[in-house]
Design a protein around this ligand. Structure first.
Ligand code: ATP
Ligand code: MG
Length: 480
């Protein structure tokens, strides 16, 4: 099992996205380039779902000799903040990935504006002066086609003029929008003349007051991809219906080496809330102590809880990438951290509820050192010396005076192995007046040092191999 899992973490299997990338590389589609991006909106902290996208985008670039940008999709000034930008960078780096470039959709505002002007010039976009409610009413329903806006056929020159004045700050929020002129009867709502720009008199965390019109995500995203010469724009399934618009925009504005959008199923974990909007509520209402509250599925919360980047990457490799929505058991995430820590965490022995053991045939005053294996999962972790003497302590739960069947730990007359030390046999139970066990008197077998018996005894007479615990832990008395 362990071997299988560790391979999953190192050599990611070829999923359908990697297969597409490999084919494009083989056919020279993007001149042999692979360029991906991870595009978070800086409106919250990253969560374990984002880790899946990060591992995919950065992983593909790494494995296929390509590049992966970290692009902040910061087109919504109202909800975004530099605190989130910094936290996102920390989290991606902590996960073990370094971006080829740190970019912001807002860096492209001027170029996006020019793209919009070009669309208007081509007769493919118009300024609509209906208000929000009217636009919604004109859009139609699932069963009914929409209606054209009365402003749809404005002449190009009027559209150019209005759009420039929108930028100039002449109009109030909501007075006009820029829309693509596609098809109000399309069965796909995203093609019913989608909004490309809206007026928003709001300061932006990077561009300040330079702009009062902001591009919509659906406009900014494909064109940012194209400007960065992204080859494979990987996103989650909810964007599948947006792909025709993506292709329409790059088709209208980009001549060659167009990016291709590919969707995969987002990560859903049972018992886990993973929407930034809902996590934000928990943070704002003080239900949790912050975005890095260890109870949250944020990357910073998981980090604080003791998750390692290796374990999260391993989890992402194991769940794989597919096109079909499903729900992953949170136990799988826990499995990954358990395996990782099991291999790497330093170990010590301790007993929580000590029970005194006196080895009656062990010489008084003698102390020897036994070699204790530091990590049974990792031979390279070596051994350490632990003193062993006449008086020891074992865990109270490791002894039962009247054991049920299949209790393979210590009980009167039974022999067990002390981890990395000797076999001992319990000969007497010493109690106080109320029947509380004070100590156990045992003998040890000097020929079993290191936990092996020369005659092949296994430590308990029968059923030893089936035992869940192969040996019990003992610690020396303080005085040794
Ligand atoms: P949320 O829905 O949790 O608010 P989001 O999709 O709005 O997240 P973005 O910042 O837009 O958050 O996401 C950045 C990238 O991470 C996007 O490409 C998005 O598809 C991806 N992503 C977000 N959530 C998940 C998830 N649960 N599984 C896989 N990828 C995800
Ligand atoms: Mg989003």
């Amino acid at each position: 099992m362990a071997d299988q899992h560790s391979t999953a973490a190192t050599a990611a299997p070829v999923d359908f996205i990697r297969a597409i990338v490999d084919e494009d590389l083989a056919t020279g589609k993007h001149h042999g380039r692979v360029s991906t991006r991870f595009p978070p909106e800086p409106n919250g902290y990253l969560h374990i779902g984002h880790a899946k996208s990060i591992c995919l985008n950065f992983g593909i670039a790494q494995e296929r000799g390509g590049s992966c940008n970290l692009r902040f999709d910061d087109t919504n000034p109202a909800k975004e903040d530099v605190e989130y930008v910094d936290a996102i960078k920390d989290d991606v780096a902590w996960l073990g990935f370094m971006w080829s470039a740190e970019l912001y959709a807002s860096d492209y505002f001027e170029r996006l504006y020019r793209f919009a002007v070009e669309l208007i010039t081509q007769g493919k976009a118009y300024v609509d002066s209906l208000n929000g409610d009217q636009i919604r009413a004109y859009r139609g329903t699932l069963t009914e086609a929409g209606k054209n806006s009365p402003y749809r056929d404005r002449p190009v020159s009027e559209n150019l003029d209005l759009f420039a004045r929108m930028r100039g700050g002449e109009f109030a929020d909501g007075a006009h929008v820029l829309r693509a002129k596609i098809d109000m009867a399309s069965p796909n709502f995203n093609l019913r003349d989608p909004t490309l720009y809206r007026i928003r008199h709001a300061a932006h965390h990077r561009t300040g007051d330079a702009w009062c019109i902001y591009p919509m995500y659906d406009f900014a995203h494909p064109l940012s991809d194209a400007l960065e010469r992204i080859t494979h724009s990987i996103c989650t399934l909810e964007f599948e219906d947006h792909r025709p618009l993506y292709d329409w925009l790059v088709g209208a504005l980009i001549d060659e080496d167009r990016p291709r959008q590919i969707e995969f199923a987002r990560l859903n974990l049972n018992y886990t809330v993973m929407s930034k909007r809902k996590l934000l509520q928990l943070v704002q209402q003080g239900v949790v102590s912050g975005w890095n509250d260890p109870r949250l599925p944020t990357i910073s919360g998981l980090r604080r809880r003791g998750y390692t980047p290796e374990s999260i990457r391993d989890f992402c490799a194991r769940i794989g990438v597919a096109k079909k929505e499903n729900v992953i058991d949170v136990a799988q995430l826990e499995h990954s951290i358990r395996e990782d820590l099991n291999r790497r965490a330093p170990r010590v022995m301790t007993v929580l509820r000590p029970l005194k053991v006196v080895l009656t045939n062990y010489p008084e005053g003698q102390v020897e050192e036994v070699d204790v294996i530091n990590n049974p999962e990792d031979a390279s972790a070596g051994t350490r010396k632990v003193p062993f003497s006449r008086v020891l302590y074992i865990e109270r739960d490791d002894f039962l005076e009247d054991p049920p069947k299949k209790f393979f730990r210590l009980s009167p007359g039974k022999e067990v192995r002390l981890r990395c030390a000797y076999f001992i046999t319990c000969t007497e139970v010493v109690k106080d007046g109320r029947g509380e066990i004070l100590e156990l008197r045992c003998t040890y077998d000097p020929s079993t040092r290191g936990g092996d018996s020369p005659d092949g005894r296994k430590g308990t007479p029968r059923g030893w191999r089936k035992a869940k615990r192969s040996s019990i832990t003992s610690i020396p008395t303080r005085s040794t």
